[in-house]
Design a protein around this ligand. Structure first.
Ligand code: AMP
Ligand code: GLY
Length: 422
């Protein structure tokens, strides 16, 4: 098969790491990718907002399968466009309607309530309902969770600790703090528990479960400071045991798939269930219509099955006979970032010679660029390191050691990934 993988981060690098080993894959194109991925795929400088150019590339290169990493092209209807103009393409990633699970929090919440999928109590409000929003917020108590309805690059969720703060936040969001993404708000009850991520690959009827993972979103140690695109992850999640996963399957995964069917929403691709365990009961915090970052880095380290084959089986309606082989080992991923991120940070720092990788170690590139055969930093999240170990501690220690060996000015990373799981 000729595969076109869309995206440019460490998540896509991790997917490419699996795909590039597949006997089924004749050519792996990555668009736009980043220079760190040039050794495992053929980079194509496509603009994913330009749907016609993606289609043109697929047609010109006899692409068989398109796998989409990030959510934005899905929310913009890239898969609808490709399907309409080239029905032979195998598309891994939902069309616009299915992508609403992520692109509209109001849609996702309404869907969960309708299909009795456990989630926090909520209501949604628009700019004509400021007072109603404030009153509803008060009725839920504190802390309060206020979410922009649309995609806001992971920044659209604010948790407030006082009624004054809630009121100010509601007003500022409805006045356009996140542009049109916050012209509708979801206000919901705060759930207290521990979060984890569950991933399936599905064709809307059948699904396979991928390894569970837990990500660390805050920039500071001890989960403090502002949210980021993700500072690290671990897999497996110790409390996502058989009993918990049975509940996740029966209360969340199966009702989600049957809900999509009842809504007549065909869905082929990944669903990422952002869950929270509240006293041993799983609740959905959010859906994403794609894999997580930096969870995918950990997931792909443990996934021993061929992802290209699974995607093909998904498309062929044969996931019921697919076998997903998962390493019993543990993995830890640590993201190396530019100092100052997620606030202002400097770019264009020379990345020193990379360490030679031992068995069970990987480097996945994100915000890097290349000049004169050298890699330079070009983003907030620069490089993810992922290491396997016999247990979580070994995996974390190995990832820490690998993280230390990479050098560039301003390098920052959390040294406590997995801290809450002792
Ligand atoms: P989201 O973008 O919906 O995943 O929200 C970002 C983060 O906000 C989540 O990962 C949680 O840490 C937190 N969060 C969102 N909703 C809730 C909730 N109802 N209760 C507690 N924390 C939440
Ligand atoms: N790790 C969270 C996300 O990818 O949205």
């Amino acid at each position: 098969m000729k595969i076109l993988l869309l995206g440019s981060g460490a998540r896509e690098h991790a997917m490419a790491y699996n795909l590039s080993k597949s006997a089924l894959v004749e050519n792996l194109f990555i668009a736009p990718g980043n220079p760190g991925l040039a050794s495992i795929g053929i980079l194509q400088p496509l603009n994913l907002d330009d749907q016609a150019s993606v289609l043109e590339f697929c047609n010109a290169n006899q692409i068989d399968m398109v796998i989409c990493g990030p959510e934005a092209p899905l929310a913009q209807g890239l898969m609808d466009y490709l399907e309409l103009h080239n029905p032979d393409l195998i598309l891994i990633g939902p069309k616009q309607k299915g992508a609403q699970l992520e692109s509209s929090k109001a849609f996702a919440k309404e869907f969960m309530i309708k299909y009795e999928i456990p989630t926090a109590r909520y209501q949604s409000f628009d700019k004509n309902q400021i007072q109603e929003a404030i009153n509803f917020g008060k009725s839920l108590g504190l802390p309060l969770v206020i979410k922009a309805d649309g995609l806001a690059a992971g920044k659209g969720v604010v948790i407030t600790q006082s009624h004054e703060e809630s009121e100010a936040e509601i007003k500022s969001m409805l006045a356009g703090k996140f542009g049109t993404a916050s012209s509708t708000l979801v206000i919901e009850e705060f759930l207290s528990g521990i979060e984890f991520s569950v991933f399936v690959l599905t064709n809307g009827h059948q699904y396979v479960l991928l390894p569970t993972a837990k990500d660390y979103k805050r920039v500071g140690e001890g989960d403090t400071g502002p949210n980021t695109g993700g500072m690290g992850s671990i897999s497996p999640v110790p409390f996502a045991d058989e009993e918990m996963m049975e509940k996740v399957k029966n209360k969340i995964i199966l009702p989600t798939l049957s809900g999509l069917q009842k809504e007549n929403i065909p869905y082929q691709g990944f669903i990422f269930f952002g869950l929270i365990s509240v006293n041993g009961e799983p609740f959905v915090i959010e859906y994403n219509c794609r894999m997580g970052d930096p969870e995918t880095e950990s997931v792909m380290m443990r996934l021993q099955s061929d992802l290209a084959r699974l995607c093909l089986q998904c498309h062929q309606g044969r996931l019921d006979t697919a076998s997903v082989k998962i390493s019993p080992q543990h993995v830890a991923t640590i993201f190396l970032t530019s100092g100052g991120y997620p606030g202002d940070f400097e770019k264009d720092k020379l990345i020193g010679p990379l360490p030679e990788l031992q068995h069970g170690e990987q480097i996945f590139f994100a915000g890097v660029t290349q000049k004169n055969n050298h890699l330079y930093t070009s983003g907030g999240r620069v490089i993810a390191v992922s290491c396997l170990g016999e247990n979580r501690k070994d995996a974390i220690d190995a990832a820490m050691t690998l993280a230390e060996k990479i050098s560039y000015e301003g390098k920052y990373y959390r040294k406590d990934i997995g801290f809450d799981l002792v």
